[in-house]
Ligand binder design. Structure first.
Ligand SMILES: Nc1ncnc2c1ncn2[C@@H]1O[C@H](COP(=O)(O)OP(=O)(O)O)[C@@H](O)[C@H]1O
Ligand SMILES: [Mg+2]
Length: 289
C-alpha cells in the first residue's frame, strides 16, 4: 500500500476501510501492451467459465474498464444505458447498473466520462465507495482494461491483486507485453503478473513464446511471471463476436472453450495473493492515486 499512497492517504484509507465489511473478492485485471490481442473476449469468456465451474460455481462480475471504447457489451449483445459514471454522479445506484447476463456473470459497463477519475469530487468518491459494498458479493471481479501504458491502465493494474497480461505470438505484441509489464513494475513492485498466450497455432508455439517472455522478464526485470496457459487461434472466436454470444457458451466443446476452461481452473486452484480488503481496497487505491 505504501508504494502507492502517501502516509496521510494511507491513514485515510485505513479509516475508511475500517467501516466497510471485508470481502474475499479476488480482483483480476486483464491487460495487454497492444490492442486487439483478445483481452475482451478472454475476460468475458473467463468470467463465464468461473461462473459455471461445475463443482464450485463462482459469483463473477466483469467490469469493462476499457474507458475509451467500452466494448464487452458488444460481445454480450447488450448495451447498458447506465454505468459506473452515473453511480459516481449519484444518479443511479450500483444495483441499477449491474447487468445480469444470461451466461451467469454480472456485468458493469465503463464510460468515457470515467476517464476524469483522477479529478473527482469528494462526494463523488463517496458515491463510488458506497456503491462498492454492493458488489462485495462477488468471488471474482474481472476488470477488462484498455491496452497500453496510460495512467488509467496502470492504476487498475497496480490496485488489482492479480494481473493477467494477454499477448499473441506476434513480435510486436510480445515487445508491447514486455513494455506494459515494465511500466507496471516502475509504479509498484508488489504486483502479481500472469501470462496468457492468445491466438497460437499449437501448444509448442505457445510454450516457446511464453517461455521466452518469462525468461526475459526474469532476466531484465527480475520478476517471476506465471504462465497461465494459451488459447488457439480459431475462427469461432470471431464468429462468436459477430453473433454476440460468448464462444464458451456457443461452442462449449471447442478447443478454444477448453483452453479458457483450463485457464479458469488454474486460476481457481492457485493460491490467492494477499487478501485484505478486496474490491473496497481496490477502489480505495484506485481513487486515491
Ligand atoms: N483466439 C482467437 N482466435 C481468433 N481470433 C481471435 C482470438 N481472440 C481474439 N480474436 C479476434 O480478435 C478480435 C479482437 O479481440 P478483442 O477481444 O476485442 O481484443 P482486445 O480487447 O484486446 O482489443 C476479436 O474480434 C476476434 O475476432
Ligand atoms: Mg477490448
Amino acid at each position: 500500500m505504501s508504494e502507492i499512497l502517501g502516509p496521510d492517504q494511507a491513514e485515510g484509507l485505513r479509516k475508511m476501510m475500517g467501516n466497510l465489511p471485508q470481502s474475499n473478492t479476488r480482483i483480476i485485471a486483464i491487460t495487454s501492451g497492444k490492442g486487439g490481442v483478445g483481452k475482451s473476449s478472454f475476460a468475458l469468456n473467463l468470467g463465464i467459465c468461473l461462473a459455471n465451474m461445475k463443482e464450485s460455481p463462482k459469483k463473477v462480475v466483469v467490469f469493462d474498464a476499457d474507458l475509451g471504447l467500452a466494448n464487452i457489451h458488444v460481445l454480450l449483445g447488450a448495451i447498458p444505458k447506465n454505468n459506473l459514471y452515473h453511480v459516481m454522479k449519484g444518479q443511479k445506484k450500483m444495483s441499477e447498473i449491474i447487468y445480469k447476463t444470461d451466461f451467469g456473470v454480472d456485468f458493469i459497463g465503463g464510460a468515457s466520462g470515467f476517464t476524469q477519475l483522477a479529478n473527482i469530487k469528494e462526494e463523488e468518491k463517496q458515491n463510488l465507495i458506497d456503491a462498492m459494498q454492493e458488489i462485495s458479493y462477488a468471488d471474482y471481479i474481472i476488470i477488462d482494461t484498455s491496452a497500453g501504458i496510460s495512467s488509467n491502465v496502470i492504476s487498475f493494474v497496480t490496485a488489482a491483486q492479480e494481473t493477467i497480461v494477454v499477448t499473441t505470438p506476434e513480435p510486436t505484441a510480445i515487445t508491447d507485453a514486455y513494455g506494459i509489464i515494465k511500466a507496471v513494475l516502475t509504479e509498484s513492485d508488489n504486483v502479481n503478473i500472469k501470462l496468457v498466450l492468445n491466438r497460437v497455432r499449437n501448444a509448442a508455439e505457445a510454450s516457446k513464446v511464453s517461455k521466452r517472455i518469462i525468461e526475459i522478464c526474469a532476466q531484465f526485470l527480475n520478476i517471476k511471471i506465471e504462465n497461465l496457459g494459451f488459447i488457439y487461434d480459431d475462427p469461432i472466436v470471431a464468429e462468436a463476436v459477430r453473433k454476440q454470444t460468448p464462444f464458451v457458451q456457443m461452442y462449449p466443446a471447442s478447443n478454444v472453450a477448453l483452453c479458457v476452461n483450463h485457464i479458469a481452473r488454474r486460476i481457481m486452484n492457485m493460491e490467492i495473493p494477499s487478501q485484505e480488503g478486496g474490491w473496497q481496497k481496490f477502489m480505495g487505491l484506485f481513487l486515491k492515486k
